[in-house]
Design a protein around this ligand. Structure first.
Ligand SMILES: NC(=O)c1ccc[n+]([C@@H]2O[C@H](COP(=O)([O-])OP(=O)(O)OC[C@H]3O[C@@H](n4cnc5c(N)ncnc54)[C@H](O)[C@@H]3O)[C@@H](O)[C@H]2O)c1
Length: 318
């Protein structure tokens, strides 16, 4: 079987993580690595047996599929270049950091025969996959209480620069904007408050969401909250039942009125499985091989950008 020649653009933390997973997939041959910092590209290429490239264009030319793993505002141009060369694209989140770029990428992906997947890895994390299954199997949530904090905007250094992140919400909390759609469906209405404390941008948000189903939820996210466990948590309230997740470590359900609860722990999984990275990479290669739509589509990526954009607009109006 011909292997999928896969290139990595951006050889930092997440580029290296994807490369290490893909290097263990026998259907993949890592073809090319490009980073604006050459030593990073060299180090990663050496560790996975790929070739270092002098430009993104060269990496695109040498590959059937590209992972775009650069900082946020660099995603659209690189992903568009890969799509216009008829290559498959795995684009890290956020797909874009404004609606114009997101729309351009959505249109390009929709008009292309290539697979386009967005790196909303949490959809594949066993904790959230199980929560989604529980809801599908009949627990009817009527509200939810969601938190996704960061300890700091210090590491990597660019996360403190809104010119590169697009703003704090585009960096980390966008995962949860995708997650609310994944779990609870389309958003009908959104109200947001924000304030600025530690960083020169709005770095603390409280959001109220009403879904088309009638369900409602709160979503809170602070950028300077320390790394107190669990910095990410979803609490779902149903008829005489509550489900709580703790990061991607565990999920607890209490159902009925006798106070009993049941916990499912993912503690023993590797981080790349616990966080859904292995599964999302496998799904991307499956889609490429089977010419099937991606499991996280350009439309999903677009909708998460749209929700973040709605929050910023709501905060700016106050
Ligand atoms: N899905 C997740 O859980 C997850 C986790 C971490 C990061 N991310 C996303 O992945 C992206 C990268 O984050 P990171 O933590 O790996 O950052 P990083 O700083 O560790 O790595 C980014 C790399 O991209 C390189 N780079 C910058 N501009 C480039 C360009 N134009 N062309 C080629 N290379 C370029 C940098 O030199 C750096 O090596 C971000 O968009 C981030 O939001 C997603």
């Amino acid at each position: 079987m011909e292997k999928i020649k896969t290139g990595i653009i951006g050889a930092g933390y997440i580029g290296a993580l994807h490369a290490s997973i893909l290097a263990r997939d026998e259907r993949v041959s890592l073809s090319a690595v490009f980073d604006v910092i050459e030593e990073r590209a060299e180090k990663l290429a050496r560790s996975v047996g790929a070739q270092v490239c002098n430009s993104a264009e060269e990496a695109i030319e040498k590959s059937d599929a590209l992972y775009i793993a650069t900082p946020n505002t660099r995603h659209p141009a690189l992903a568009l270049a890969a799509l216009s060369a008829d290559k498959h694209v795995f684009c890290e989140k956020p797909m874009a950091t404004n609606l114009i770029d997101a729309r351009a990428l959505l249109d390009a992906a929709s008009n292309s025969q290539s697979v386009f997947q967005v790196g909303h890895n949490r959809r594949f994390a066993p904790v959230y996959a199980r929560l989604k299954r529980m809801i599908a199997e009949g627990l009817k949530p009527h509200s939810a209480h969601i938190k996704m904090n960061r300890g700091e905007l210090i590491n990597p250094a660019w996360v403190s620069d809104p010119q590169i992140t697009g703003g704090f919400l585009y960096e980390t909390p966008i995962h949860m904007f995708d997650m609310v759609r994944f779990l609870f469906g389309e958003v009908k209405e959104l109200l947001a408050f924000g304030s600025s404390h530690e960083y020169p941008e709005v770095d603390d948000f409280s959001v109220l969401i009403r879904f088309e189903s009638g369900m409602h939820a709160t979503l809170a996210s602070a950028a300077d909250a320390s790394w107190l466990f669990p910095f990410e948590r979803v609490e779902v309230f149903c008829h005489h039942a509550t489900i709580i997740t703790r990061e991607m470590e565990s999920l607890t359900i209490s159902q009925g009125l006798d106070g009993r609860m049941e916990t499912h722990s993912m503690h023993q999984l590797s981080k790349e499985e616990k966080w859904g990275y292995s599964q999302e990479d496998r799904a991307f290669i499956d889609s490429v091989l089977n010419r099937a739509p991606a499991e996280v589509t350009a439309m999903d990526g677009y909708k998460s950008v749209e929700l973040v954009d709605m929050c910023y607009r709501a905060v700016a109006r106050r």
